[in-house]
Design a protein around this ligand. Sequence first.
Ligand SMILES: [Zn+2]
Length: 482
Amino acid sequence: MSLFPRRHLKAARLLQNMDESVKPCDNFYQYACGGWLERHVIPETSSRHSVFDILRDKLEIVLKGQLGEIFSVGQCGLQYFGERFSDRKCLCVLSSVLTKTINVCRTMQNYLTWQLIIDRVNSLSRRFKDARARYRKTLYGTTVEDAWWRECVRYVQSSMENAVGALYVRETFAGESKRMVSAFGPKTRVIGTIILIALHHFKAMAIKEHIGYPDHILQESNQKLDQEYAHLNFSEEHYFENILENLKSEAHKSLKKLREPVDPDLWIIGAAVVNAFYSPNRNQIVFPAGILQPPFFSKHQHQALNFGGIGMVIGHEITHGFDDNGRNFDKDGNMLNWWSNYSADHFKEQSQCMVQQYGNFNWKLAGGQNISGISTLGENIADNGGVRQAYKAYLKWVEMEGEEPRLPGLDMDHKQLFFLNFAQVWCGAYRPEYASQSIKTDSHSPLEYRVLGSLQNFEAFSEAFQCQKGSPMNPELKCRVW
Ligand SMILES: [Zn+2]
């Protein structure tokens, strides 16, 4: 028996995540995500569990199915390791690489050695992994290691992005180009609308967008893709050397770019990724295929939800071009001051307001530390700008296309739905160890404050939920950079 009538299924996800005992004007994050937080337990293997993280877990399962046909999962080539390659030999290879290439002061050398080794522990034997477990427990609060196949999938995905991207896109978007085009049509419209409406600015207009995946990865008998891996000398017998081979090839690729003109068409990330990016020195935004799915986007879900989801993500990335870092680059991605003194002063003043606002958020889970308003400024500017632009674009969309039918099963209007989905893509929980760590190292504010901070500043939110002036979600003082 189903809990919800079939036509209410779409509302079910939204409803289950909510806690309607909390008033939206008191704490919108609890209101939108309270039910989600109640129903989810952070897995022993994770430092954080969120809507984002669940999508990433699922994507890894898709890749496991795809890659499983190529490598036998659970072994990842490691069966060769114990027999043929001792730890001592591994470390010898590493240290010879380091002494050859590094002739710097001891601290730097130690730091680089440490970075190289900690990154290689995954390819070493149990002894090294056990040593790392205690370190991870302290830093992330995780007590159990991820399933080995996940490590394998992540490794192959990060070192062969385009090959894995091709497998992923073939599997999830089911190939034929016609269906692709119809799936991407509305999306491209969302992006176009946001760029057009949100920022009437020459730099925004010059932004190059990459959506889904680079076309070439789906071509049959794909020479470009083959070339990418042609020089790699893998051997079935030598697991650890294969990994060094990958490292060498990555370094080589990076070095080759030095003194070459920037290639604006290059994709800076693979398709099988649940994230989105802005590259300041390309003035490029990227939305890999992995993020083009619910709750962010679906052609079957209401546009109010799409604009609150992927629309906000697009607005966020565009705004990075105008945050405290991105603003130092011009429309072609060159580092150049194109600001008038007046605008620059105004920007700094408004930024200072946000530094104060977020700096006052006290995160109990992180031992009562306050967020650093300064180190999260760029992301907070992007969050605030992103939701504003997506909202404006949604209003414009309604003006052009007309009001959508109401979502059955949920007594909310479209403006409210927009904000609800915006908040729900950020539902998530942290382990306290990771809270204490990430508050010092993450350039993003904790999920909860990403929602609270940006909605407290947004008048349209308070109008949508009729929050009284002075209520927690509608403070008198509002910060606005964009
Ligand atoms: Zn960002």
